[in-house]
Ligand binder design. Structure first.
Ligand SMILES: [Zn+2]
Ligand SMILES: [Zn+2]
Length: 117
């Protein structure tokens, strides 16, 4: 067998499909690769990333941010864009629990009840 030159369907670059690779592919019953080793590696990495989904803690990339509520420095699992406020975990939880905020005095809004009359 001889080395073959193939064109990557992803990046359009030519790459070498070596004789030993051809043998390997043939033995597995695969057809010739349509992507260069680089693009294959990228795809593999992407697949691995999406299937792991940050299960093994610490693999997930965190971005530094400043909490819009209390000004504390924090880290968020997405890139802050500036078009949305970023909260630290404490403030984020407070936002989620939203309606219970300031409920200590028992000052419930009774205006809405009128519609139930
Ligand atoms: Zn490629
Ligand atoms: Zn905060």
């Amino acid at each position: 067998m001889q080395d073959k030159t193939l064109t990557c369907s992803d990046c359009g670059r030519e790459f070498t499909f070596t004789a030993s690779e051809q043998e390997f592919f043939a033995s597995k019953g695969f057809s010739s690769p349509s992507r260069c080793p680089d693009c294959r590696a990228i795809r593999k990495a992407q697949r691995a990333n999406s299937s792991y989904g940050g299960g093994y803690g610490g693999e997930r990339q965190m971005y530094p941010a400043v909490c819009a509520q209390c000004g504390k420095e924090t880290e968020v699992p997405f890139q802050p864009r500036g078009d949305r406020p970023v909260y630290c975990s404490d403030c984020y939880r407070a936002q989620q629990g939203g309606s219970s905020r300031g409920g200590y005095g028992g000052s419930r809004d009774r205006d809405r009840r009128s519609s139930r009359y």
